[in-house]
Unconditional design. Structure first.
Length: 253
């Protein structure tokens, strides 16, 4: 899916909601129910592969069947494999084959630590995206991500500026945690025309309003991921997704 097509879906729905399919134990039927109930309000789905890998071959089968279900029923939705891979050579190439050929995801999350060599095999696929971890919301993110280099530049900014040279804005986007509103603004400064995937809204305490304020561009260029606060919502996934999308609505007027 191209940047233009994804932004078109965002503006058509007036929503940049991405639903995290992080169910445990994994269940195809539960995934289908969540997808059917949230599809009118979401533009993307993001299964975290750890939940499926831990269930062995049955988990991988569930993941493949979940992707196939979305592709057949909701082909305009963007699909992200939240795999956080990071390797080089033939290993990276096999990871790319797994998520882009066998399972037909639109995008995969990667660690930038090994540099361009670990990303290049994924960029060989047309209309597929790399999503680099840049600034996460966990407490120890500051161990590396916000530490200052000798020139005073934070490490996450160096990642963005370097990765901006690897691929255009229709191939490369960045992960930024929702719990650091002012830092989202700094990421946006370094990546003014890039998509940002922003987890941390909901159970982790991130604010939709703050994310939209700092991250959304005129074109859109933002996906806000919500997992537990939707799939485990007492009122049900449909009502929860509708509520989150409703908070986003005024930002499209």
């Amino acid at each position: 899916m191209t940047r233009q097509a994804l932004n078109r879906e965002i503006h058509n729905k007036k929503s940049c909601l991405c639903v995290g399919l992080d169910v445990s134990p994994v269940s195809l039927e539960l995934n289908k129910r969540i997808i059917d109930q949230t599809a009118p309000y979401a533009v993307a789905y993001k299964p975290n592969t750890a939940f499926y890998e831990s269930a062995g071959w049955e988990g991988w089968k569930c993941l493949e069947e979940t992707v196939s279900y979305i592709r057949s029923r909701y082909p305009d939705h963007f699909l992200i494999a939240d795999a956080k891979r990071g390797d080089i050579g033939n290993t990276a190439r096999e990871y790319a084959r797994t998520f882009f050929e066998r399972m037909d995801f639109d995008a995969v999350t990667l660690s930038p630590y090994l540099g361009y060599d670990s990303v290049a095999p994924f960029l060989e696929y047309n209309n597929k995206w790399v999503i680099l971890l840049v600034l996460t919301s966990n407490p120890s993110a500051g161990d590396f991500q916000t530490s200052e280099l000798s020139n005073g530049q934070p490490f996450f900014r160096k990642i963005i500026e370097t990765a901006n040279t690897w691929a255009g804005n229709d191939r490369m986007m960045y992960v930024t945690g929702a719990t650091r509103g002012e830092m989202i603004g700094k990421v946006r400064e370094a990546a003014p025309d890039r998509f940002l995937l922003i987890p941390g809204v909901g159970m982790q305490g991130g604010s939709v309003e703050e994310v939209m304020k700092f991250a959304k561009t005129d074109q859109g260029d933002v996906l806000i991921n919500v997992s537990r606060a939707i799939i485990q919502a007492p009122e049900g996934p449909a009502a929860a997704a509708r509520s989150f999308a409703g908070i986003m609505l005024p930002f499209f007027s």
